[in-house]
Design a binder for this molecule. Structure first.
Ligand code: SF4
Ligand code: SF4
Length: 378
């Protein structure tokens, strides 16, 4: 199974329409965070550190659908927090599907099996399951044993019931290329439609500050992960973005391509940085000084960032807006990844004792308390 033709057509015609209208900045994927609450407390997460009163809140169905209407992007990604903890997530998804949107509901899959009955299989809905590596690696990344097995079982059940399932994998400096490649084989075997990859962003609030990647480390690691990729692997990402991760194609960030809406409003300027909020989508587009972001701007916070939410919309825009981008995408799609020379690894730093202390503290944080874990997993 691969991305439905109707979805490809919707995205392609939307981008071409923006080009014909000479719209310089347009949204491609709305990142809608209906809540920050989660039933895990991952070491690299920069989203769950809000105070308890914020973690208890969530957006209403109407607020979510208003944001969808305001933004107009053809694709909506629902990260979090854990969206399946939202009591009306089924109504939110249904409202988006009625509006013709293609929805990626991101989940750590702990609650997926027991919530499947709330959704109908649809070409417009895909569950995007968080998996940061094979069993030991994923369980270490999410700081809890057994989560990989739960996720794999939930994927199998969802696929059996006719749902589209994709995966999203965040890669950190200790990612092991061979083990990740083994996981890709497993995911393809169990019927995952496509895989999404991204390097982690260096969130200042994340407890683990030791395993984020510099730009050189990112391209080196992705050359080793994706070099000589198997034809059987399907990625739910544009070929240009994957080339960019390997350092073989240059892209600049277009943060307006993945605007973020959450409990505080429209986040400036992107999904990763929190530099204020706008009350409306239009205000976001008009009030951010976009030239102050992206690598070329010299902004320090952007220098090592190669995260999909900044660069995937650029890759899609280049595919449809430049001859060279279109030609490279077509070449990779038709002839596959080709043969790469695999580089030697750039050594990653070892974890410090202070970091391990942070991880332990994280596990006893409000969102990762034992009580909530027991309640959520049951
Ligand atoms: S699953 Fe992990 S990374 Fe995702 S929101 Fe929860 S704590 Fe953060
Ligand atoms: S480079 Fe990264 S951090 Fe900077 S604006 Fe783009 S997505 Fe945000």
């Amino acid at each position: 199974m691969s991305v439905p033709v109707s979805q490809m057509w919707t995205v392609a015609s939307y981008v071409v329409k923006q080009k014909l209208q000479r719209r310089k900045r347009y949204p491609l994927v709305l990142m809608l965070e209906p809540l920050f609450r989660c039933n895990l407390a991952c070491a690299g997460c920069g989203k769950i550190q809000h105070p308890t009163e914020i973690l208890k809140r969530h957006l209403s169905v109407a607020e979510c659908l208003n944001a969808v209407d305001e933004c107009g992007a053809p694709i909506v990604s629902i990260p979090g927090g854990e969206p399946l903890l939202h009591p009306e997530i089924d109504q939110i998804v249904e409202g988006m599907i009625e509006r013709g949107k293609y929805v990626y509901l991101c989940t750590n899959a702990i609650l997926l099996e027991k919530n499947l009955h709330r959704f109908k299989p649809s070409k417009q809905l895909s569950f995007s399951v968080h998996l940061d590596g094979p069993k030991e690696d994923h369980d270490a990344a999410v700081c809890r044993e057994g989560i990989y097995d739960i996720a794999i079982q939930a994927i199998r059940t969802a696929v059996d019931q006719g749902f589209r399932v994709t995966t999203n994998t965040t890669v950190f400096s200790h990612g092991d290329p061979e083990r990740l490649r083994g996981m890709f084989d497993t995911l393809m075997e169990i019927g995952v439609e496509g895989m999404m990859l991204s390097p982690g962003y260096q969130y200042e609030k994340a407890p683990d500050q030791e395993h984020f990647l510099s730009r050189d480390q990112t391209t080196n690691l992705f050359q080793r992960i994706l070099g000589n990729a198997k034809r059987s692997w399907v990625f739910n990402q544009s070929p240009l973005f994957l080339e960019f991760l390997k350092g073989k194609w240059d892209l600049e960030c277009t943060p307006w391509g993945n605007p973020t809406f959450n409990l505080f409003g429209w986040q400036k300027p992107c999904y990763l940085l929190e530099e204020g909020y706008a009350d409306s989508f239009q205000e976001l587009m008009d009030s951010v000084d976009w030239d102050s972001y992206g690598r070329a701007s010299g902004n320090e916070k952007c220098q090592d960032c190669m995260v999909h939410c900044g660069y995937e919309p650029t890759a899609v825009d280049a595919t449809f807006g430049t001859l060279s981008g279109f030609a490279m995408s077509a070449w990779r799609t038709v002839f596959g990844p080709g043969k790469d020379i695999i580089p030697e690894p750039i050594e990653a730093s070892a974890p410090k004792a202070s970091n391990l202390v942070s991880l332990e503290m994280n596990l006893s944080s409000p969102s990762g308390s034992k009580e909530e874990e027991t309640h959520s997993v049951a």
